[in-house]
Ligand binder design. Structure first.
Ligand SMILES: [Mn+2]
Length: 428
């Protein structure tokens, strides 16, 4: 029997809402998982990527992470991991540093056997390079086998990676795929293999409404997973409370009504997200936010989309405005990369909260192909060019762009459920 904790998407270093307290929360959540691993005396902790929020964690984040990993190591429990898209660098990986320090094992094509289970790793690979993958893994003689991977796999939300194909082409028969990237926890069976996401360990975007947690996975002949081989149980984590306040205003109502709704919630140390809808008078978000923090909230954000809703009612006289847009886009002769971005912004298949991360990912995936940043035929006058700075994008997490992303994530706060790492508000 092998019993492991399966976690991922910890996003250490993420100063959500520019808050140092939130930054600490992400590390604390990771520490809580490791505490449970030690207390539960599991055989290993399996981390499916995005340990760090970006590729350049600060010294505090690195030292905090090393402290946590050392505690796990002192307990004699191995930390097995792969590299996620958020933290992936062009050179060596942070995970390699931890491996050098004896605190982690980077999973790969060869088996890492713990108990009677062989673990393999598949780092995040951009869509553009997946055709090159051959899914050739070395043999093992363990009783069970698991593939730890980072990406958006079928059959879950925002999937772009064909799980059936991976399983069919793999030279090893896996009992389970332990995944990271999609921040929404879920489990499914694909062609006889259990496929599961544990979800993120802290809410990396407001769309991650449900409680956070991790998986406890048991490989055993008596496992209660239906196939007597694998059992996957979800364990809850006690994380920063998020309070979602709805204020649907009627004619004549305004800030007083919003404050009343806010007051009805327990805001102690919570992230309070207030969504104003309906009719009524304009409200000043900053005043409501100040009220909420006075009431005890750590952070408060107000989204008032009533203006937007009014705009949406304006009649459009085109037969199909989408056609007009497509036509104009073609005329612009954008580069392949710019078209990727344009599509992400305009497509209604990409939720607002996910646009920033989707754009970031698509640009990153084009980084090895600079031709993709050259403008196309018709109007190739450089409009489509993007100034590609190898590392510059990680600054986007810290700068003004985050204001937009905060707004976007609030905008989606009434949409519960699926938040692919595509979303990852960025989170990934
Ligand atoms: Mn992630």
């Amino acid at each position: 029997m092998t019993r492991v904790i399966h976690t991922g998407d910890t996003h250490v270093g993420y100063a959500q809402y520019h808050s140092p307290v939130r930054r600490r929360d992400f590390l604390d959540a990771f520490a809580a998982v490791i505490d449970d691993a030690i207390e539960g005396e599991v055989d290993a902790v399996v981390h499916a990527g995005d340990l760090f929020h970006d590729r350049r964690p600060e010294l505090d984040d690195l030292m905090g992470t090393i402290t946590v990993l050392r505690r796990l190591d002192d307990a004699g429990i191995p930390f097995l991991a792969v590299v996620g898209n958020h933290e992936s660098t062009r050179g060596g990986q942070w995970l390699d540093l931890f491996e050098r320090l004896g605190l982690a094992t980077r999973l790969g094509d060869g088996p890492t056997v713990v108990g009677d289970t062989a673990f393999y790793g598949l780092d995040h690979v951009p869509v553009s390079r997946r055709d090159d993958l051959d899914y050739a893994f070395d043999d093992h003689d363990a009783e069970y086998a698991a593939l730890v991977a980072h990406g958006l796999f079928e059959p879950f939300g925002y999937a772009d990676w064909d799980t059936e194909e991976v399983l069919a082409e793999s030279t090893v028969a896996f009992d389970a795929m332990l995944l990271g990237d999609n921040h929404t926890p879920d489990v499914a069976e694909v062609d006889g293999t259990w496929v599961t996401y544990p979800g993120s360990t802290e809410r990396a975007s407001a769309s991650e409404r449900e409680g956070r947690g991790y998986n406890l996975v048991t490989f055993d002949a008596d496992a209660a997973g239906g196939d007597d081989r694998v059992e996957i149980r979800r364990r809850a984590l006690d994380t920063r409370p998020f309070v979602f306040v709805e204020a649907d205003l009627r004619e004549g109502e305004g800030a007083a009504r919003v404050r009343e709704n806010v007051r009805q919630h327990d805001l102690d140390d919570a992230v309070a997200l207030v969504n104003v809808t309906g009719e009524g008078d304009p409200v000043t978000p900053a005043a409501i936010e100040e009220f909420a923090t006075d009431e005890g909230a750590l952070i408060a954000r107000v989204t008032d989309r009533r203006e937007v809703e009014t705009d949406a009612e304006i009649d459009v006289s085109f037969a199909d405005p989408e056609d007009a847009v497509r036509e104009r886009v073609e005329e612009m002769g954008l580069s392949a990369a710019a078209l990727d971005v344009e599509e992400a912004v305009r497509a209604d298949t990409v939720p607002d909260a996910n646009v920033r991360e989707t754009v970031k990912r698509r640009v990153e995936e084009r980084m090895d192909d600079l031709d993709a940043f050259e403008g196309g035929e018709p109007g190739g006058n450089g409009e489509g060019d993007i100034d590609v700075d190898d590392e510059g994008d990680s600054n986007a997490n810290e700068g003004d762009a985050e204001t937009d992303s905060d707004a976007a994530e609030q905008a989606s706060s009434e949409t519960p459920g699926t938040d692919g790492q595509v979303s990852m508000e960025d989170y990934l």
